[in-house]
Design a binder for this molecule. Sequence first.
Ligand code: HBI
Ligand code: FE
Length: 277
Amino acid sequence: MKNISHVYETPPAGANTDWTVPQNWDRFSADEHAMWDTLFARQTAMLPGRAADAFLRGIDVLKLSRPGIPDYRELNAQLMAATGWQIVAVPGLVPDAVFFDHLANRRFPAGNFIRTPEQSDYLQEPDVFHDIFGHVPMSADPVFADYMVAYGKGGLRSLGFCALDHLARLYWYTVEFGLIKQPNGMRIYGAGIVSSYAESIFALEDPRPNRIAFDLLRVMRTHYRIDDFQQNYFVISSIDELLTVTVETDFAPLYARLDILPDIAASEVLANDVLIA
Ligand code: HBI
Ligand code: FE
């Protein structure tokens, strides 16, 4: 990804061999805590009616005893009780194999820095607001938490098939930019959308993006955008659907098919796509 500064192919000074670092919650400044509070207030005000029911249930895990950037010591006590997950602080993007291994072991790696006011609407690298506000509430949902574990284990296996780029698309179009069609309407569960004010509105209310029924092979063939809103969003009907398809699919023959099928552009719609209103 261009113009990002927190990418680590080797553990930086002070990091453990799994790239984790102490959160050092006490070192965050009043301005950094205020940045969190501003982002938190703006998103929690706009998400009722937009975020998935599971996300809104999980947001309470973040309503800790005090405002500001969550202290992982307190947050983890809540999250562990809910789904056995814990947050581990990392200095930024970590290698895929490290990332998958953390997910497979119910550890979510969260950036231990927060965006600047100039980046308040979007930044390409996962800061503490994207990771904690975006990912933690869904990680408090037992079914989604199990999906994330299954994904991490699948990611480790995909490394053996050199199929990481195909599997990364599954993460991107579900965990990061997924939509869900609930009986009461279309809702957001993807962390990349739900942590972004502008994309939360765009993904649900703008007529331009295509909202396509989730299909595993279709998603794994589809390129994604990293520096702009998505043009295609994929819509599941339930979180169970995600867990079931990931756990029950034998990915080996799927990877063989993906090797011969052409990729699909990020904004392309296929004749057999099922568009969801
Ligand atoms: N590292 N810290 C961090 N956070 C991520 O979301 C992340 C990562 N490394 C790799 C990665 N994501 C992607 O490869 C996944 O989309 C598969
Ligand atoms: Fe993310």
